[in-house]
Design a protein. Structure first.
Length: 267
């Protein structure tokens, strides 16, 4: 697995041909992109080459908190002192979660995955239902090739976050590439769902290309790969270009090998 949890110089002429392929042959699975009304998912550059999507790094500690009981300070008999103490305790928890999550992310970026896991688990001891923390931990498990644990966690998150493209995308990637959890049908199903939710995300198109590829649908895989690169160029995201390009070459070689085996198609 080529991991992760994305200006473009020297783009070879082959990519012009890719754009031509996409424009000349559209499949029924291609989606018209309404870019003026869509907001792209922010991607974590450490994971971008593997099309894993991760929420933007929180700028505020409160972003990692599961909401505490809002009524705790509104009940009968609650005085100003109790309210202040509750606010203080909430802030302490927020600061602790922010520190642990930040530490885990730093360890992950440095490749210290076991230390990152420990930090995430400590944070989840304080806030066991925190969806953002659980999603980040699931992404870490993918990086650690612990795909079964990642899938289990992502499926739980999906129950209450059915419209989350990030979860669908990462599930699709696990089912397409994960050891012990590969499932071509589920990979394609979740990749399509992610695409419906975020049709202008390069990583989602890249994941869809991989889902088609593992399912043996090389024609749609190639078109999806071309679209991923087009969007990458348009969004001026440099980091994953080589990986997206490698995926395109892999698919192209599969098509060429199939043509050699089956012989040229009759026109």
């Amino acid at each position: 697995m080529r991991i992760s949890l994305f200006l473009l110089i020297g783009l070879v002429p082959a990519f012009s041909l890719m754009a031509q392929v996409l424009s000349e042959e559209r499949s029924e699975l291609d989606i018209t992109i309404e870019e003026t009304s869509q907001t792209d998912i922010n991607t974590n550059t450490a994971d971008s080459s593997f099309s894993l999507l991760e929420p933007e790094t929180p700028k505020d500690a409160q972003a990692l908190l599961i909401k505490l009981d809002e009524d705790s300070s509104a009940g009968t008999g609650t005085n100003k002192t109790e309210s202040a103490e509750a606010t203080s305790a909430e802030q302490v928890l927020a600061d602790k979660l922010s520190f642990l999550a930040g530490t885990a992310m730093e360890y992950s970026e440095e490749g210290e995955y076991e230390e990152a896991e420990r930090a995430y688990l400590r944070a989840l001891e304080e806030a066991p239902d925190n969806a953002a923390l659980r999603f980040r931990l699931s992404t870490l498990y993918i990086l650690m090739n612990r795909h079964a644990e990642a899938v289990s966690m992502l499926k739980e998150l999906l129950i209450t976050n059915l419209g989350d493209a990030q979860i669908h995308n990462n599930l699709a990637w696990c089912y397409a590439t994960g050891v012990g959890v590969k499932n071509k049908k589920l990979a394609l199903r979740h990749a399509r769902e992610a695409l419906l939710l975020t049709p202008s995300s390069p990583s989602v198109w890249n994941t869809l290309a991989e889902a088609y590829y593992v399912g043996g649908d090389y024609s749609n895989a190639l078109r999806s790969s071309v679209r991923a690169i087009e969007l990458l160029v348009r969004h001026k995201q440099q980091d994953p270009l080589e990986d997206f390009r490698a995926q395109y070459i892999k698919i192209q070689r599969a098509i060429e090998a199939l043509e050699l085996f089956e012989g040229p198609k009759e026109k």
